[in-house]
Ligand binder design. Structure first.
Ligand code: NAD
Ligand code: UGA
Length: 459
């Protein structure tokens, strides 16, 4: 079949996979190919067992795969054939050298630039989909301009705002699509080409255009603002626990102000995920590198409060369990960094699980989608841990349940049955405030929510 255009995405991960699947679904006249250096991952995308779990993804992939969506490990060919290339590779925090622990590790991104340079025979539009430090597009242009065949590459920024667990919904009905480009004739033309793709299903007024640097920086700032809201409410949850105020009542009262709004005000064990921390640290690093130390310090505190929230949660478990968990079975309900994903990157469960294992607790971890990743995350740790698909089994004989992920199934369990099979006194630490605390208390549990008075049977 002849296609109007050939789109390539480099990087078949949490962003590349779902985003391109939706583009393929909505643009049948375009051929969409996704390539990755990880051949196993490509095999997974071509199988019935996709490498990531995302509600709604399987249905879309099965509709378009083999029609106009293709997964391949042949990166060279993909680049040669493409008119438009989306770059969606990982950009983790650097762990070595200059900027270690703060700056973006751009090695994967630079490799893609080299791959594009070496394998392109003609002009192309390159769309940065990964989250990058401001002015990275310029670096990409500098690398691509060294090509010997005179081909013109126009680099645009098209950051992705999807959240895991709701990726398909977010892609089908985005709040906005952002496209940053040079304000030159060829830059605007390239932005127009990218806009044309999204215009297949996104209303035009939601497709925002800007200059390149604003687009790159907007992505970091959007994540920083979202994370800041969580750290703000979590900081107040600590105050609530000292004053008998209730964080849910406060979030409701504060969020009812339309200028503030109700979203992202759920107090929790702290945020996780591959991006919030890394993107804020990246923002901090950029601010520092421009000598803006006050700006850097301001954003650093969002990350610090998040760590404090993880630490506070573990400390409260220890205190409530008489300062020792040695040999006690503790059921961890949820290992994913949020519900509806199997992703455990930067999950608070990792920090909590490790700390409890260091304290010699016996862990039983249950999660509907993340047990495989949990196993990898705790590999090499000393101590006892089991991975249990059935939450009832995980809680059997346990002294405590620790809710770390807000999976719906944890709300719907028969806690009466669970309580009967637990060791007494039985505690529940609800790190997501998703359970009916009063009811659990009445069943006999000692209940420890976040930012609310605990309910205990002790004198
Ligand atoms: P990921 O780790 O899931 O996927 C990245 C993929 O790129 C990997 O499969 C890796 O093998 C591949 N890759 C690396 N170098 C390559 C190369 N040279 N050639 C071909 N493939 C290569 O990462 P992700 O979560 O999809 O994130 C990608 C980018 O999108 C990051 O910059 C991230 O900050 C950003 N982002 C992520 C999310 C999210 O929800 N995960 C949301 C918005 C933006
Ligand atoms: C986040 C952003 O929401 C996306 O817009 C962005 O594209 C993405 O990061 C990215 O750049 O990677 P994601 O991390 O997938 O998406 O999920 P979120 O829903 O933002 O949740 C992040 C963390 O915050 C989770 O651990 C979640 O449980 C926690 N959270 C969220 C809270 O603790 N309280 C809340 O009220 C909301």
């Amino acid at each position: 079949m002849d296609f109007d255009k050939k789109i390539l995405c480099i990087g078949a991960g949490y962003v590349g996979g779902p985003t391109m699947a939706v583009i393929a679904l909505k643009c049948p006249e375009y051929k969409v190919t996704i390539v990755d250096i990880n051949e196993e991952k490509i095999k997974g995308w071509n199988s019935e067992q996709l490498p990531i779990y995302e509600p709604g993804l399987e249905e879309i992939v099965s509709k378009v795969r083999g029609c106009n969506l293709f997964f391949s490990a042949d990166i060279k060919r993909g680049i040669r054939e493409a008119d438009i290339i989306f770059v969606s590779v990982n950009t983790p925090t650097k762990t070595f050298g200059l900027g270690a622990g703060m700056a973006s590790d751009l090695q994967y991104w630079e490799n893609t630039a080299q791959q594009i340079l070496e394998n392109s025979e003609g002009p192309k539009i390159i769309a940065e989909k990964c989250t990058l430090p401001v002015k990275t597009a310029q670096a990409m242009e500098r690398i691509l301009k060294t090509n010997s065949n005179g081909a013109h590459f126009e680099v645009v920024s098209n950051p992705e705002f999807l959240a895991e667990g709701t990726a398909i919904q977010d892609l089908l009905e985005p709040d906005r699509v952002l496209i940053g480009s040079h304000q030159t004739e060829s830059g605007l033309r390239a932005a127009g080409e990218i806009a044309k793709i999204y215009a297949h299903w996104v209303p035009r007024e939601k497709i925002i255009t800007s200059n390149l640097w604003s687009s790159e920086l907007s992505k970091l700032v959007a994540n920083a603002f979202l994370a800041q809201r969580i750290s703000s409410i979590n900081s107040i949850s600590a105050l609530c626990e000292r004053t008998d105020a209730n964080i849910s009542e406060i979030a409701y009262a504060v969020g009812s102000d339309r200028r503030i709004g109700p979203k992202f005000l759920n107090a929790s064990v702290g945020f996780g995920g591959s991006c919030f921390k890394k993107d804020i640290l990246n923002l901090v690093y950029i601010a520092e590198s421009y000598g803006l130390s006050e700006v850097a310090e301001y954003w650093k505190m969002v990350v610090r409060i998040n760590e404090y929230q993880h630490e506070r949660f573990v400390a409260s478990i220890m205190k409530a369990m008489f300062n020792t968990v040695v040999g006690k079975k503790i059921a961890i309900f949820g290992f994913a960094f949020k519900a509806n994903t199997g992703d455990t990157r930067e999950s608070p469960a990792k920090f909590i699980g490790r700390k409890l294992m260091e304290e010699k607790a016996i862990l039983a971890i249950t999660d509907p989608k993340a047990l495989g990743n949990a196993r990898l995350d705790l590999e090499g740790m000393d101590g006892q841990v089991t991975f249990e698909p059935d939450p009832y089994q995980a809680a059997d004989g346990a002294s405590a349940i620790v809710v770390v992920t807000e999976w719906d199934i944890f709300r719907e369990l028969e806690y009466e049955k669970i309580y009967k099979n637990m060791k007494k006194p039985a505690a529940i630490f609800d790190g997501r405030n998703i359970l009916d605390h009063q009811k659990l208390f009445e069943l006999g549990f000692n209940v420890y929510p976040i930012g609310k008075p605990s309910l205990t049977h002790f004198e």
